[in-house]
Design a protein around this ligand. Sequence first.
Ligand code: FES
Length: 198
Amino acid sequence: MSKILLQIDAKEVEAKEGMTILEAAQDAGIYIPTLCHHEKLEPYGACRICTVEAESRGQTKLVAACLYPVEQGLVVRTRSEKVDKIRKMILELLLAHAPDSRELQGLAEEYGADKDRFEKEASFCVHCGLCVRYCAEVKKKFAVGFVNRGARREISFDPVIAAKECWNCKECFPLCPTEALQAAYVYTEALISTLPRF
Ligand code: FES
């Protein structure tokens, strides 16, 4: 695999072909915030909090670091006025759904995001898909999935699968950046208690 030299925040970084900007940055000890990324999962590109500026052949683009592949001579800026503005806006939108999320609050402080900018639609789920994808891709159990579309989209456990698989797993719990997953599971546990024993 050929080596790729790029620059991230003015630091020369060596990466391998096929790596993403995020992977190259993490290897070089450079922090880029993420919400929907997990090293064991396929890149998803849903939250866009990992947006960075990538300059190549005289053109600068805003790209999702968890998706964008490294290339020879790429110049990446993980913080800039534009990047910070986008992250601030994303956080303000997400905080309207999950105002009590510690993870979001921490990032909001960093980027000066106002948690009250948008009207609250507290669904608690920020649709990062970490629980759904971890259960499907890593555990191969499909106990939790998305239901509904658009603004009504939310996560939901399949009570029959959950009754068999979740009680001694719960590996997805620490992945959730909000309390949505735990709340959905508590609801499912109540449903499970009504199921016939098998
Ligand atoms: Fe890159 Fe979510 S971490 S889009």
